[in-house]
Write a protein that binds this ligand. Structure first.
Ligand code: GH3
Ligand code: MG
Ligand code: MG
Ligand code: MG
Length: 306
């Protein structure tokens, strides 16, 4: 049996005050509970922070029925992961099927047996927790604990599409540790790992604007997405990242560049308008940054190239 957790928030949606009271009474001891008597209010509460972890829906409501509200939640990127359970007097099997088709995870008919409703709610909250955890781990790099390549691909996709909508530039930085192989060879893989963690941390601290994003792209390569940043702003941030790595002063006696760990950075600034570049895929964008990085390596490392 899953034990309820007080931090969970449940939203109850029903057009009848008595029904709301009944359900509130049932859950108040275990969860934080809020209620809405109209679909509009329900959608508003589901979209505002802190979002509910689960929604209990009555099906029969004026204006917009529960199926429609459920479908609206499921079509909204920000609310589609919130599990919806219908609690309803409409008891025909076809209605349950319709409920599931609209995106609900469960369907409870009235009159209900309180312990069963509680158990089902606890079960779906537990499943949601596990799903959230799974999603977190799927997008976080285990070594550095920053976003991984999978998240990068997703974020680049979103930001590039947003740039095309807004006409704003988008800059990408790809940086790579200089002479990292001899670092590993001389100081060991453990020190190498530690170095990558420090780098990830230092670079993350440079990014202060909301929307700026960093991910570990591959072994010792990191990607930074800078929405709205033109070439000049991006160069400034690239320089700050390079300086932050220098400031770590991680000893690297076998680097021909410096006695400390340094990075090279490839920078590309993309302009969605005129639409010449707008058809570029993620892979093509990354390729541009990669070429700039290659130029930085070729020009002697510990530098930024566009
Ligand atoms: P360059 O300046 O041209 O980038 O030289 P480099 O030696 O850094 O380049 P190379 O691609 O030859 O070597 C990258 C090294 O990064 C080799 C690999 O062992 C190391 N590396 C990749 N991922 C990890 C990791 O997770 N941990 C550690 N410790 N090392 C890693
Ligand atoms: Mg009703
Ligand atoms: Mg490399
Ligand atoms: Mg390298």
């Amino acid at each position: 049996m899953n034990s309820p957790e007080r931090r969970h928030k449940i939203l109850i949606v029903d057009d009848t005050k008595e029904n709301i009271e009944l359900l509130m009474e049932l859950f108040r001891g275990d969860y934080r509970v809020s209620a809405a008597t109209t679909p509009e209010r329900a959608l508003k509460l589901a979209r505002s922070e802190p979002q509910p972890d689960l929604v209990l829906f009555d099906i029969l409501m004026p204006v917009m029925d529960g199926y429609q509200v459920c479908a609206a939640l499921k079509n909204d990127e920000t609310t589609k992961r919130i599990p919806v359970i219908f609690v309803t007097a409409v008891s025909e099997v076809m209605d349950a099927a319709k409920g599931f088709a609209s995106g609900a995870v469960d369907y409870i008919t009235k009159p209900f047996h309180p312990p069963v409703v509680k158990a089902r709610v606890a079960l779906h909250l537990d499943l949601k927790n596990k799903y959230d955890l799974l999603e977190t781990y799927a997008f976080i790099d285990a070594l550095t604990e920053i976003p991984n390549r999978r998240r990068f691909e997703q974020t680049l996709d979103e930001e590039w599409r947003r740039a095309q909508r807004t006409g704003q530039p988008l800059s990408l930085l790809l940086f790579d540790v200089d002479h990292f192989k001899p670092f590993n060879d001389n100081y060991g893989h453990g020190k190498g790992d530690q170095c990558l963690r420090q780098l990830a941390h230092a670079a993350s601290n440079v990014l202060r604007r909301s929307g700026d994003f960093i991910a570990r792209y591959g072994g010792e390569e990191f990607m930074v997405i800078l929405p709205h940043a033109d070439a000049e702003q991006a160069t400034g941030i690239a320089q700050d990242i390079s300086d932050a790595v220098d400031a770590l002063a991680i000893v690297h006696e076998h680097s021909p560049v410096d006695a400390h760990v340094t990075i090279s950075i490839g920078l590309v600034t993309l302009h969605p308008h005129p639409p010449g570049q707008s058809s570029l895929t993620n892979a093509a964008l990354v390729e541009l940054a990669d070429r700039a990085l290659y130029a930085a390596k070729g020009a002697g490392r510990h530098r930024i190239e566009r």
